[in-house]
Structures are given as C-alpha cells and as structure tokens.
Design a protein around this ligand. Structure first.
Ligand code: PSV
Ligand code: MN
Length: 383
C-alpha cells in the first residue's frame, strides 16, 4: 500500500487552459459566470484545481487562444500561483486560409504560414520553459478526388521534419490523430498508425498522443497504448470521454472501465513516469468548469489507483496457467475496489482536504470570481 500511495502522490495530471473558458457546440455556447477573461485568469482557475487535488501542477496553453505579449511573464505568473506551463498546443485550424488544409494544403504559401505558426509555438516553449509541443491537424478532405491523398502525406512529412529540426534540447512534439471531423472523407492523420509512422521516421523527439475521444466506436484503446509503449512512442494522453464522437466530456464519465484498462496498460508497460503526459482535453459546456476539472482529475486518479491495485503476480500466474476466469477475476477485483477511502487518506497525508469537490464548493472562490470578473470579454474558442 505504501508503494501505491507513493505512486499516486507522484502522479501529474495536466489541465487545459481552454477548459476554463466558455465552450459549446456548433449550436450554442452557453456563457457561465466568473469565466476568465484572459490567460492570466485561466491560470488562476487552474491553480485552484491543483490546490484541491495536489496533482495538477501544470496547465496546457493553446496558441493563439492564449496569446500574450510576454510569455516569460505569463510563466512567472503561473509560478507565483503554484503551477507551471505544460504543453503548448498549436492551432492551425481556425484561420480562413486553412479551409483546404494547413500543412497539407495544396498551396505552398498556406503551408509556409502553418509551419511558421508551429515554429512560433516552439519559440513559446523556449520562453515558458515548456518541453512539449502538441500538434493536431484538422487537415483532410471532404470529397473523393478533392486532393491527392499521397501528396498530402508528403507535405505533412515535410512540415513535421522542419518543426522536428527546430526542437531544442529536452523538447519534444506529440502528434495527435483523430478519425474524422472537421474533415469527413479523409483525414490526413486519422489514426495511431499514421501518427506512429511519421514519428518513427522523425526520431525520438516525436511521439504519439492518444486523445481518448478520437477513435471509431468500439476501438480497443488500451491495445494502442500497449503497442505504442512497447515501441517507446507513447508521448501522452488527451483524456476526455465520449458516448458518440469527439464529445469532450469529462474523462471517466462515459466509461470508467475503459479508463481503468488504459491505466493498467500504462502501468504494465512502464509508462507511469514523467515520459507519458496525462493531459485533459475537455470542454465543460453545461457544468461548472473548475469543479468539472477537479472531478476529471479525481476520475483519472481513481482509475490509476485501481490499476495500481491489480495483483500482477497473481494475474501473470493465472495467465500462464491458462486460467481464463481466474485472470479476468484478478483484473475485476482491482476494478471493483472502492478506492475512495484510500484516496481520501492520501490527500489528508498530503495536507489536503479529503474531498476536493466539497472543499472547493465551500471555499468561496466561485462567488469571488463571479463578483470580480464582470465586464470584459469572457474567454472562449478564439479568445
Ligand atoms: C481536436 O479535436 C483536439 O482534440 C485537439 O487536441 C485540439 O487542439 C483540441 O481538441 C482543441 O480543443
Ligand atoms: Mn485533443
């Protein structure tokens, strides 16, 4: 139990700056009270999540949503709040120029512009001390024949190579795949295999990031995790959960069992280290944002605790013996354990309140930001 607690204490879960801003669907964005007006206020909210969970010390930025004049100053502000800057997420999907693609666009001018943005993100890494660049491309085509599938791969490879060469010592990029949306016929990085192949060609500083909402229904995500870890190519996760497509709901809400299976493979594969980044990529469209993030961090922590509880010696013995039901029972015993008392105890040992949700709710922080953050433009996509 001491080992399990030590592992849980060392876990780090990164929250995304965009989770604190307004979000919605293409039908409606519902504004909420107290929402941050700028990246500085987003960091203040993220610091609350860390204050109550003790395991969320970094915040991912999205550029240009979090564009500021002085990134070193933003990083200083984060440090003053007790948090740090995590992954820098690039954005080559919200400019009119990118209608037909960004780094895979048929026009070299647009490709140059997109690659320059990615290079600018590395500059921001330098200024903030971030070691991770996250690349997601909305690039793809809607109709057969619209563009040359193979040429688009060549253009992608060319841009990735340029960004890879720009990475400094201790920096890496994570390539994110997504089956569809916004492209509906063919996406240029639709699956882990495509991302993996590009990363292998590039070298050790390029790894794959698994966004749990980016697969076809029924995909066995833990298999992908096991495979990528075995190859040293799992860079991290964008955690969220989904019932249908890329729903961006709270991780562990739709399928806590899947989250447990994923965490088990991470632990089994030796990925429970700083190498594999546990990041959230979610939007809280109807629920309050800070508690939504606290709940999500707790969900990942609970799944991790259960995965750590798996009796691996017993599991291995049952597997070796061909004991199908016995092996399954070892896994299910761990999954069915109520780890909430263990986590409450751990938090108290860390000097935290045993119930982060309740502690935040009674802290008065929400009332404070609702009263103070009046006027100005609330942050949201594009802000
Ligand atoms: C794309 O759907 C994605 O998962 C990428 O990570 C983006 O950067 C992020 O969502 C934006 O919310
Ligand atoms: Mn993502």
């Amino acid at each position: 139990m001491t080992d399990i607690k030590a592992a849980l204490r060392a876990q780090r879960i990164e929250t995304p700056s965009w989770a604190y801003g307004n979000s919605g669907t293409r039908f409606k964005v519902f504004a909420q009270q107290g929402v941050p007006r700028d990246p500085y206020e987003k960091l203040a909210d993220a610091a609350q999540v860390h204050a109550y969970t003790g395991i969320a010390p970094t915040v991912a930025l999205h550029i240009p949503w979090d564009k500021v004049d002085d990134y070193a100053d933003l990083a200083r502000h984060a440090r003053d709040l007790g948090v740090g800057i995590g992954a820098i997420n690039s954005n080559v999907f919200q400019d009119d120029d990118y209608k037909l693609g960004s780094v895979t666009h048929p026009d070299a001018r647009v490709r140059r512009k997109a690659t320059d943005h990615l290079l600018e993100c590395v500059d921001i890494m330098d200024a903030t001390g971030s070691d991770t660049l996250k690349l997601w491309f909305s690039d793809g085509i809607n109709y057969p024949g619209q563009d040359d599938l193979r040429a688009r791969q060549d253009r992608l490879a060319e841009s990735l190579a340029e960004v890879y060469d720009r990475l400094g010592e201790g920096q890496r990029f994570l390539l994110e795949y997504k089956l569809f949306e916004p492209a509906f016929y063919a996406t240029d990085v639709p699956d882990w295999g495509t991302a993996y192949a590009h990363c292998v060609k590039l070298g050790p500083k390029a790894q794959v990031v698994v966004d749990t909402g980016h697969h076809a229904p029924g995909t066995n995500i833990e298999f992908i995790v096991a495979f990528l870890l075995r190859e040293g190519k799992l860079g991290g996760f964008d955690f969220n959960s989904r019932f249908y497509a890329d729903d961006d709901l709270m991780v562990g809400a739709a399928d806590p069992f899947q989250l447990f299976r994923i965490m088990y493979e991470v632990i089994r594969g030796g990925g429970f280290t700083d190498e594999v980044a546990f990041m959230l990529d979610q939007c809280h469209n109807i629920e309050p944002k800070i508690p939504g993030q606290i709940r999500s961090v707790m969900n990942v922590q609970e799944a991790t605790a259960k995965a750590l509880l798996v009796d691996r010696a017993a599991l291995s013995a049952a597997q070796q013996a061909g004991d199908v039901l016995g092996a399954n029972a070892v896994l299910m015993d761990a999954y069915n354990t109520d780890v909430r008392p263990l986590l409450a105890e751990l938090r108290e040992e860390m000097g935290l309140a045993p119930d982060p949700m309740a502690a935040y709710a009674t802290s008065g922080y929400f009332e404070k930001i609702a009263a103070e953050r009046v006027g100005g433009n609330q942050a949201g996509w594009g802000a």
